[in-house]
Design a protein around this ligand. Structure first.
Ligand code: FAD
Length: 514
């Protein structure tokens, strides 16, 4: 098939002006991300000059060439694909019990019902004695945040070398008391403990889905990550580092294997996460919460916003909500990217990044279903005859957390990337949305107590929530309930929020000899 269906001058002009007219503020933010990733080696004006040439080429050649293969449903839905499924907990409990009332006091209150909040509720229902009650409050509906807006890949966390390198970069600035060698060793320790926790997380998820018979379309078919010629050296190094540290999920596969796994036609070896899986992301949240609600000591209220949390003089917290006051001994912030807009102390600690996805009908002929793919500027998956095309990870102001403002330009650019790696295929775009994920400055999560009392957080999962949240919730629930006969995979010396909030007072791990 001819990739370049003849695109006449008029169509080219039309696409150019449609793209130009569709440019929004977020496209300028995303432009900065692209300049940083692609042209950061050049002085400011040259970098931006190169960007403008790149953008013109996209608008005049690359995107117009692929647009004949794409049609756009009218009206285009802004609903994330997963949230089109029936939510058994929609408007819970108000739909069936409009006179329900929030309890006056509970043991532990969770803010947010995504992967994190629902996981906490699940473990609480399994482990807490009956008299200790947990209350989950969600300002919209369960899975309405990033957890219902993602592409449904169950990641094995980030790979060892990636974690090591983000932490190392941060330690260079924040731990200047250490030698370079000590910083390097500490970064490796961070990566090691993160990967071990993520591996355990994946196993816990698998076992839970089997044990509970959750109907969440669970598969484990891996995740192929395209690497270009300039990324080959780092790919080899990252695989070698993974093997050396005992974290062997991350590996490299040659172009023939890439074609077998993902149907992608690439010139160079790609990264491959063998253990990555896939699921219906929102159904995972709803299943966990529905199961938790079978237990009398878990309550959940949707459409109830937490407005503020104050410490009480005699311990515990007073939580002001849109439906009245609640007292709790412990509070868990499970708000991820929404947290800095809720509590400005977390500005620059949890940094909201916008990522976007689209879904539609039609897919490349050789693309298998239920695995995942990523390249430098795209990510996606295929579920049945529905194709997901995603892109972007750009910082947005705190106030925009949770606001869906996807870019049509980026969507079309990501689609052109699909057309680069696959044979041409027809695609009918039906849904387009965005969501926000939380990054810490070292891209390493914070999991633990915020105030050394009863206020906890699980956050900063850097767009890899499925690789962290479940196990992290287990550990925090264990800590609150003082359960000590299970491994704690998130030791405070690595994960405590003090690492970022008060680094001078943080109890850093001892640096091990090689
Ligand atoms: C486009 C996109 C693609 C992604 N792809 C993947 C992927 O394939 N795999 C993966 O692992 N991760 C992916 N992620 C990231 C993943 O979705 C997140 O890491 C994960 O969902 C975070 O879960 P969470 O429960 O901590 O946060 P969220 O799901 O964001 O939940 C936070 C909840 O808190 C609620 N809330 C906020 N403030 C308040 C308040 N004041 N009162 C009450 N409730 C409040 C919100 O309404 C929200 O429901 C992706 C994200 C996006 C946006």
């Amino acid at each position: 098939m001819d990739k370049n269906k003849s695109v006449g001058f008029t169509n080219r002009i039309r696409t150019f002006f449609v793209l130009l007219g569709g440019i929004r503020i977020h496209d300028f933010r995303a432009a900065k991300t692209l300049v940083r990733l692609e042209f950061s080696q050049y002085p400011f004006f040259i970098a931006w000059g190169k960007f403008f040439i790149w953008a013109l080429k996209q608008m005049w050649i690359t995107i117009p060439n692929v647009m004949p293969w794409m049609s756009i449903q009218k009206p285009l839905s802004k609903e994330p694909f997963w949230l089109e499924a029936e939510n058994p907990l929609e408007n819970y409990p108000w739909k069936d019990n409009p006179d329900s009332r929030l309890p006056e006091s509970v043991d532990t209150l969770v803010i947010g019902a995504g992967f994190t909040g629902a996981s906490a509720a699940y473990f609480w229902s399994k482990k807490a004695p009956e008299e200790r009650r947990m209350l989950v409050l969600e300002m919209n509906d369960a899975a309405s945040g990033a957890s219902g807006r993602n592409q449904g890949t169950i990641v094995m966390g980030r790979y060892f070398a990636m974690v090591r390198d983000t932490v190392k970069k941060h330690l260079r600035k924040t731990r200047q008391d250490l030698t370079e060698d000590q910083q390097n060793r500490l970064a490796e320790q961070f990566a090691d403990v993160y990967c071990s926790a993520a591996e355990h997380n994946a196993e816990l998820i698998r076992q839970t889905i089997i044990d509970e018979k959750f109907d969440v379309n669970y598969h484990r078919k891996g995740w192929v990550q395209e690497r270009l010629s300039d990324q080959q050296e780092s790919l080899s190094e990252s695989v070698a580092a993974g093997i050396k540290s005992g974290h062997t999920d991350w590996t490299a596969i040659d172009p023939e294997q890439v074609f077998k796994e993902a149907g992608m036609k690439v010139k160079y070896p790609a990264g491959f996460s063998k253990g990555a899986g896939s699921w219906h992301a929102a159904k995972w949240v709803w299943s966990l919460l529905t199961k938790a609600l079978e237990s009398p000591n878990v309550q959940y209220f949707s459409r109830t916003k937490v407005i503020r949390v104050d410490s009480e003089p005699n311990g515990g917290y007073r939580i002001q909500t849109s439906r009245g006051m609640v007292h709790a001994k412990n509070v868990l912030y499970a708000m991820e990217a929404y947290l800095p807009k809720f509590d400005s102390d977390f500005h620059d600690v949890i940094i909201p990044h916008q990522e976007q996805l689209s879904s539609g009908i039609g897919y490349p002929e050789n693309m298998p279903q239920d695995n995942s793919i990523t390249g430098r500027y795209y990510f996606g998956t295929r579920r049945g005859n529905v194709l997901f095309v995603g892109s972007d990870s750009t910082r947005v102001p705190d106030r925009l957390a949770g606001v869906s403002k996807p870019s049509k330009f980026l969507m079309k650019f990501a689609f052109s990337e699909y057309m680069r790696i696959y044979n041409p295929f027809h695609f009918k775009l039906t849904n387009l949305w965005s969501g926000t994920v939380g990054y810490t400055p070292d891209e390493f999560p914070i999991i633990g107590s915020i105030d050394n009392k009863g206020k906890y957080i699980i956050g900063g999962m850097a767009g890899s929530g499925s690789g962290v949240a479940f196990n992290a919730a287990r550990c925090i629930v264990n800590r609150i309930l003082k359960i000590t006969n299970e491994p704690d995979d998130y030791p405070p010396e690595y994960f405590a929020p003090s690492r970022l909030l008060t680094p001078d007072k943080h109890q850093w791990p001892a640096i091990k000899n090689k």
